[in-house]
Design a protein around this ligand. Structure first.
Ligand SMILES: Cc1cc2nc3c(=O)[nH]c(=O)nc-3n(C[C@H](O)[C@H](O)[C@H](O)COP(=O)(O)O)c2cc1C
Length: 200
């Protein structure tokens, strides 16, 4: 993965547990993106025994059946393989016009395509999102959850991270600075890893 973080262990697994491979993606490429900042905060706090790989969904071309028919572009094949190889996918979504951003939906769509089983089938997924608005990306998360549920993904039902008023939660350097939110994030990550272990 040239432009993405290389696969790297964040901590060693405990003796009795296998490591969990986490594939992480944020749905904003904005330089001062709250969602990328939230993802960064999460990846700094992944529990022991989690190996992190990041993928930038904006590297994928827009889904096009003709492109697919000519054979998956290399980056698409790389993406599908990364989803298949992961034990858990963490998706961090902004909300655009009461839905999810095209770049994340596009990743869902490519992942849903052959070969079978498609990449989302039975895949444990955890979703979070941040917005300066008041609903914490609830509508975007619902939409993402619905698409993934239709693909037989195992989307963690609870807990949820819906960060409203994001402008007040991050400092000037976009560090997540709110203690209560940091505690909720740590609990969310623990729950997501436990969720993945139920199926691995
Ligand atoms: C086209 C567009 C539509 C938006 N629609 C919503 C919306 O429906 N709900 C919401 O909470 N925020 C909405 N926003 C504001 C985004 O939440 C805000 O720009 C956010 O910072 C984007 O995420 P990012 O910081 O990770 O880039 C919208 C922004 C744009 C550009």
């Amino acid at each position: 993965m040239s432009s993405d973080a290389a696969s790297s262990p964040t901590a060693s697994a405990t003796a009795h547990e296998n490591p969990i491979s986490l594939l992480a993606m944020a749905g904003s490429q904005r330089r001062r993106s709250f969602n990328r900042a939230l993802l960064r905060a999460a990846l700094e706090r992944t529990p022991a025994g989690v190996r992190v790989r990041e993928f930038d969904p904006s590297r994928l071309p827009f889904y096009d059946g003709d492109v697919e028919a000519a054979g998956d572009p290399e980056v698409v094949a790389e993406f599908k393989a990364a989803v298949h190889a992961s034990d858990l996918v963490l998706l961090v979504t902004p909300e655009y016009n009461a839905g999810l951003p095209a770049v994340l939906k596009n990743a869902v769509d490519w992942g849903s395509r052959p070969p079978r089983p498609q990449a989302w089938d039975a895949k444990p997924v955890a979703i979070m999102g941040a917005t300066p608005g008041r609903l914490g990306t609830a509508l975007a998360q619902r939409s993402l959850r619905e698409s993934l549920a239709g693909l037989n993904a195992r989307v963690m039902p609870q807990p949820r991270i819906l960060l409203a008023g994001a402008g007040k939660l991050f400092d000037e350097d976009l560090k997540l600075a709110d203690e209560a939110t940091l505690d909720r994030l740590a609990a969310f990550l623990d729950a997501a890893v436990a969720w993945a272990r139920r199926f691995s």
